[in-house]
Write a protein that binds this ligand. Structure first.
Ligand code: FE2
Ligand code: FE2
Length: 136
C-alpha cells in the first residue's frame, strides 16, 4: 500500500502546507508498514494517535492561513477537516478497544481521502490565494 506518497502534483505552493502534507502522508505510510510488520497494538495505536494529532494541527494551521486570505469557502473547508477529525477520532477509539481493527484498507481510505482533499480543496484555496493575495 503506497498510493498516497506526496508528489509534485500535490503542491499548493504554500511551503509550510506542502511540507505538512508530505509529513502526514509519510506518517501514514509508516503506520501501514508497522501494521504490515505486525507491530504490537500499543505501538500502532501510539503512531496512529501521533498521526491524528499531526493532521489536526495541520488543519488548524491551514484554516488560519485561509482566514488570512479572507477565503470565502473557509467554513465549508473546515467542515471537511472536521469530517476527517471525526473519522480519525472514532477510529482511534475503536483501535484502543480491540486488536486488529486498524487495517491497511482503513489507512488506504484515509490516504485516499487526504490526497483527494489536497487535490480538490486545498489546491482550490491555493488558486484563490494566488489570484487574490492575502488580506490587506
Ligand atoms: Fe491540507
Ligand atoms: Fe484542507
Amino acid at each position: 500500500m503506497q498510493p498516497s506518497i506526496f508528489d509534485d502534483s500535490l503542491r499548493t505552493g504554500f511551503e509550510v502546507i506542502d511540507e505538512q502534507h508530505r509529513m502526514f502522508l509519510d506518517m501514514l505510510s509508516e503506520l501501514g508498514e508497522q501494521i504490515q510488520a505486525g507491530h504490537h497494538r500499543q505501538g500502532v495505536l501510539n503512531a496512529f494517535q501521533g498521526m491524528q494529532a499531526y493532521a489536526d494541527g495541520h488543519f488548524t494551521d491551514e484554516e488560519a492561513t485561509m482566514a488570512g486570505y479572507d477565503y470565502p469557502d473557509l467554513a465549508d473547508h473546515r467542515r471537511q477537516h472536521d469530517t476527517f477529525r471525526r473519522m480519525t477520532r472514532d477510529l482511534g477509539k475503536r483501535t484502543g478497544e480491540g486488536p486488529g481493527l486498524l487495517s491497511l484498507e482503513t489507512l488506504e481510505y484515509l490516504g485516499t481521502w487526504f490526497v483527494g482533499h489536497i487535490r480538490n480543496d486545498d489546491q482550490r484555496f491555493a488558486a484563490f490565494a494566488r489570484e487574490h493575495g492575502p488580506r490587506a
